[in-house]
Design a protein around this ligand. Structure first.
Ligand code: SF4
Ligand code: SF4
Ligand code: SF4
Length: 410
C-alpha cells in the first residue's frame, strides 16, 4: 500500500502509539489489530476491496482467535474473480467425480493466491453462491440515524445525563458526548454533539473477528452482541470517531439491577444497556425502544432526543423522506437562514449541514445542522461541566488536536 493514499494522514505516529498502548492492554495481538484497523479504513475509503481485506487477514485471525467469523466467503463471492471461481468449484464438486484437490488444480493459481483453498468446503461454496445471487438492498431498507441541530444546542448536557441513566453506563463511558469548542472561523462558543454515527460502511464491523460488532439488517443500527464480544478492542482502534468505551472492571450498576426489558433486543440478543466486564460498549440508539419492548409510543425515540428541551436531536429513518429527521432538515432548509431569534448561534447566511468525517467513506448516519468544526477547533469548558451533572469526562483526558481533524481518539 502506498504511503500517499487518502487515509494515510490519519495514521500519524501519535495515533499509532496511542493505539498500540490501547491494544497492548488486551491479551490479543497488537500488531494485527493495528494493521487491520488501518486496512479497514482503507477498505471503507475504497482503496482496498472487501475480498482483499478479508483474505489478507484470514490466516492471522484464525491463528490469533481460533476462528474467523467475518463474512470472508460472502466478500469473496462478491468479488470479480471470486464469483466465477466459486461457481466453477461448486459445479466441479456437484459432479462428484472430481476430488477437491483436482478441482482446485483445475481452477488454477487464482484460487490459491486468493486463499480459496483454505475454506473451499461444500458448505462455504453454497453460502457463497447464495450470497453472489443476492441483491444489495441496503439503499432501500430502513436506516436509523439522527439529524442534530448544533445551532439550537446550548450545551446543557441533558442528553448526556439521559443516556447515562437510560443505559446505566459506568463513570467515564460517555456514549453521548457534547464538545464545547472555539474555532478561528466561528464566533463564540460552539457545540458538537457526538453519538456513534451508526455508519453504513462501518470499519469497526469489518475488523471484528467474532461478528459481535454487527449492523442490524432490519434498521441499520450498529450494535455489539455482549455475549459474543471477546474484548479484543479492534473495533475501537478501527473507528475514526472515538466512540467506543471498553468496560474494564465490574460495571457501576450490577446486572441484577438492570431492567431485563432494556438488555435484549427484539431478536433476543444482549445488545442494549451497559456492557458487562471485559466487553465493548458504545451508543446503541436504543434498540429495545425501537423493537417496541417499551411500548409502541417509544418506537422511533431515543433517550437523548426526549431529554433535549431545545429540540436539537431528531431520530428516525434516514431513508424515509417523511421521517422526523428528514422533515426537520427540509423545514430548516426552507426557513430564513438568518433567523437569529430561533437560531441564536447561526453565524452564516446559509444553512450549513455536514456529516462528520464523511470524506473517509464511512457513510455516517448522523447529519448535523450548523458549522463543521475546523482543523484548529479547540475544546474549552462548556456552560455546564460534566462534574456538574455527576459525570466523569474521560474524553477530555484523551482529546486534543486529533478529534476534529480526522485523527483518532480512543
Ligand atoms: S461511529 Fe465508529 S463505532 Fe460507530 S458505526 Fe461508525 S465506525 Fe462503528
Ligand atoms: S466487538 Fe468485541 S470482539 Fe468485536 S472487535 Fe470489538 S472488542 Fe473485539
Ligand atoms: S440536550 Fe440538547 S441542548 Fe442540551 S447538550 Fe444535548 S443536544 Fe445540546
Amino acid at each position: 500500500m502506498s504511503s500517499d493514499d487518502s487515509v494515510s494522514h490519519l495514521h500519524t505516529d501519535d495515533w499509532e502509539s496511542e493505539m498500540e498502548q490501547l491494544l497492548a492492554e488486551t491479551e490479543y495481538d497488537t500488531e494485527l489489530g493495528l494493521e487491520m484497523a488501518k486496512d479497514a479504513q482503507r477498505l471503507v475509503a475504497g482503496e482496498l476491496s472487501e475480498a482483499e481485506f478479508y483474505e489478507r487477514y484470514h490466516g492471522a485471525v484464525i491463528e490469533e482467535f481460533g476462528v474467523d467469523d467475518r463474512p470472508v466467503v460472502e466478500a469473496f463471492a462478491d468479488s470479480e474473480d471470486g464469483a466465477g471461481l466459486l461457481e466453477s468449484l461448486a459445479e466441479l464438486e456437484e459432479g462428484g467425480d472430481l476430488p477437491r484437490r483436482e478441482a482446485m488444480k483445475k481452477l488454477g493459481a487464482g484460487a490459491a493466491v486468493l486463499g480459496l483453498g483454505a475454506w473451499a468446503t461444500k458448505e462455504n461454496t453454497d453460502v457463497a453462491t447464495a450470497a453472489a445471487g443476492e441483491e444489495d438492498d441496503d439503499e432501500d431498507g430502513m436506516q436509523y440515524g439522527m439529524v442534530i441541530d448544533l445551532e439550537k444546542c446550548d450545551g446543557c448536557l441533558a442528553c448526556v445525563t439521559a443516556c447515562s441513566q437510560e443505559n446505566n453506563t459506568s463513570a467515564g463511558a460517555n456514549w453521548m458526548y457534547v464538545f464545547t469548542y472555539e474555532d478561528d472561523d466561528q464566533d463564540g462558543e460552539n457545540f458538537l454533539v457526538r453519538t456513534c454515527q451508526h455508519c453504513s460502511n462501518a470499519p469497526c464491523e469489518k475488523v471484528c473477528p467474532t461478528t459481535a460488532r454487527h449492523k442490524r439488517t432490519e434498521d441499520g443500527l450498529v450494535l455489539t452482541d455482549y455475549d459474543v464480544c471477546i474484548g479484543c478492542r479492534y473495533c475501537q482502534v478501527a473507528c475514526p470517531y472515538g466512540v467506543n468505551y471498553f468496560q474494564w472492571g465490574e460495571p457501576d450498576v450490577p446486572g441484577s439491577e438492570l431492567d431485563p426489558d432494556h438488555v435484549f433486543d427484539g431478536r433476543g440478543r444482549r445488545v442494549d444497556s451497559r456492557p458487562p466486564k471485559g466487553v465493548m460498549g458504545k451508543c446503541t440508539m436504543c434498540p429495545s425502544r425501537q423493537d417496541g419492548i417499551h411500548g409502541e409510543d417509544k418506537v422511533g425515540t431515543t433517550a437523548c432526543e426526549e431529554a433535549c428541551a431545545m429540540d436539537a436531536i431528531h431520530f428516525g429513518d434516514m431513508n424515509d423522506p417523511e421521517s422526523d429527521p428528514n422533515q426537520y432538515l427540509e423545514q430548516v432548509r426552507s426557513e430564513k437562514p438568518n433567523d437569529h431569534e430561533h437560531f441564536p448561534n447561526r453565524s452564516s447566511d446559509t444553512v450549513s449541514t455536514f456529516r462528520l468525517l464523511e470524506e473517509l467513506g464511512t457513510d455516517p448516519n448522523v447529519v448535523f445542522v450548523g458549522n463543521e468544526p475546523g482543523p484548529n477547533a479547540r475544546q474549552v469548558e462548556g456552560p455546564v461541566s460534566y462534574e456538574d451533572i455527576g459525570e466523569v469526562d474521560r474524553r477530555k483526558e484523551v482529546l486534543d488536536d486529533g478529534t476534529f481533524g480526522g485523527g483518532v481518539a480512543p
